[in-house]
Design a protein around this ligand. Structure first.
Ligand code: ADP
Ligand code: MG
Length: 399
């Protein structure tokens, strides 16, 4: 990865208008923010810039308004909750471009923070329209991108704008890029990757990229079933994509050629019905799954073997749960391996990076997220990064 500039390189910002792209796309419930994780993630950057005397202008999208001004998707709804999280007053400016916005911004003082209206109220945002990016640039002196989670989209506020003003990575973006670089860019070896989740089809590009980069590829979840089936193992009525047998074989072949060891489970947790603690629950050797059973988690012997693999590794990147973790006890393997990874991280022998919506939920459920080196909450962007793709919002910050 080439270098990107951070707030350490931004120079004197006092009295300057800094357009900061953040992620304010929070879930709302009955008019209140139901999870303020994303708001809190912006605090280091926003606080630092305000304390350094900048006029901080936050740009963000909110929902999918499809270029319409929708009151239910106005960032006015987020302004007060944001102000509470920030612990300072926050102004709301009714547009992210134009003369009214310019006049509103002109009344702000150094150290003030304002949220500009939803960038997606303009059709040009998702089209990365140069005219819209230009109109945004006219409102600021400097640009900071602190929204890694939106960096996989080349939109006017995430990509176009970065070419029109001096551009810098915010603190959250900086931390994310450093963690990802340590995990897959220039990692300490050996490197293990855990890839789980429901379907191979959603993670084909992830698997193809990882086999060339990691020493151990640990496959769990529903996608392990597809690989087992491709190898001729009878998997009963497990969730699997049988039409992907050939693709699974190709991935195994590519791993072999690249010297990447693929780990598939040799014992599994099965049941005849998918329910919490079903009476038919049992642990079985992977070759002994009955026709009316389904694999819902990897087994304890597999988890123990995988823990031993992690003990030999210096770096771990994890996406996807090893079992149907929402339904007990099919969270057991994910919880156990996550705790092992967390303990190894705390002992200092492992750098551990994880991401993915369900993965983050599973690691929280295991009480392990806080002990990983880094947990990314950027769903789509994290996955595209695992696929080895260049993220346009990141590329535009690079010098
Ligand atoms: P992430 O959001 O972290 O990228 P995914 O969305 O790919 O993860 O996968 C998570 C889903 O996979 C969970 O809902 C989980 O229940 C499901 N899953 C994992 N293992 C199995 C399995 N053996 N059978 C059915 N579903 C599974
Ligand atoms: Mg998911």
């Amino acid at each position: 990865m080439s270098r990107f500039r951070t707030l350490d390189d931004i120079g004197d910002v006092s009295g300057k208008r800094v357009l900061v792209r953040v992620d304010l796309n929070v879930p709302m419930h009955d008019g209140a923010v139901s999870d303020d994780t994303r708001l809190r993630a912006t605090l280091p950057t926003v606080t630092e810039l305000a304390d350094r005397g900048a006029i901080v202008l936050l740009l963000a999208h909110f929902g999918r308004p499809k270029s319409e001004r929708r009151p239910d998707m106005s960032l006015a709804l987020v302004t007060r909750p944001y102000s509470e999280v920030l612990g300072r007053p926050v102004q709301f400016i009714n547009d992210c471009v134009g003369e009214d916005a310019r006049q509103g911004i002109a009344t702000l003082q150094p150290g003030d923070v304002a949220i500009l209206e939803n960038t997606r109220f303009h059709a040009g945002e998702e089209k990365n329209d140069p005219a819209l990016a230009q109109a945004m640039a006219a409102l600021g002196d400097l640009y900071v991108n602190d929204a890694f989670s939106a960096a996989h989209r080349a939109h006017a506020s995430t990509e176009g704008l970065a070419h029109l003003l001096p551009a810098f990575a915010g603190r959250a973006m900086e931390a994310e890029l450093k963690a990802l670089e340590a995990a897959l860019g220039k990692p300490e070896r050996p490197v293990a990757a855990v890839v789980g989740g429901a379907k191979v089809s959603t993670k084909l590009d992830v698997l193809k990229n990882l086999v060339g980069k990691v020493d151990h590829l640990i496959i769990g979840g529903g996608m392990a079933n597809t690989f087992l089936a491709a190898r001729g193992v009878a998997i009963g009525k497990s969730l699997a994509e049988k039409d992907l047998a050939e693709t699974a074989d190709e991935i195994l072949g590519a791993a072999d050629r690249a010297g990447c060891t693929v780990h598939l489970p040799y014992d599994v947790v099965v049941a005849k019905e998918f329910a919490a603690h079903p009476p038919s629950l049992r642990t079985a050797n992977v070759h002994e799954v009955a026709a009316d059973e389904m694999i819902l988690d990897i087994g304890p012997a597999a988890v123990e073997a995988l823990a031993d693999v992690l003990k030999t590794c210096r770096t771990l990147v994890w996406n996807g749960p090893l079992g149907a973790f929402e339904t007990p006890p099919f969270d057991a393997a994910t919880v156990a391996l996550a705790r092992t990874a967390a303990a190894l991280t705390q002992e200092g022998s492992l750098v551990s990076v994880a991401g993915g919506g369900d993965t983050v939920a599973a690691l929280n459920q295991a009480g392990a997220a806080g002990d990983f080196s880094f947990v990314s909450t950027a769903g789509g962007a994290f996955l595209e990064w695992m696929e080895g793709k260049a993220l346009p919002g990141v590329a535009a910050l690079q010098t």
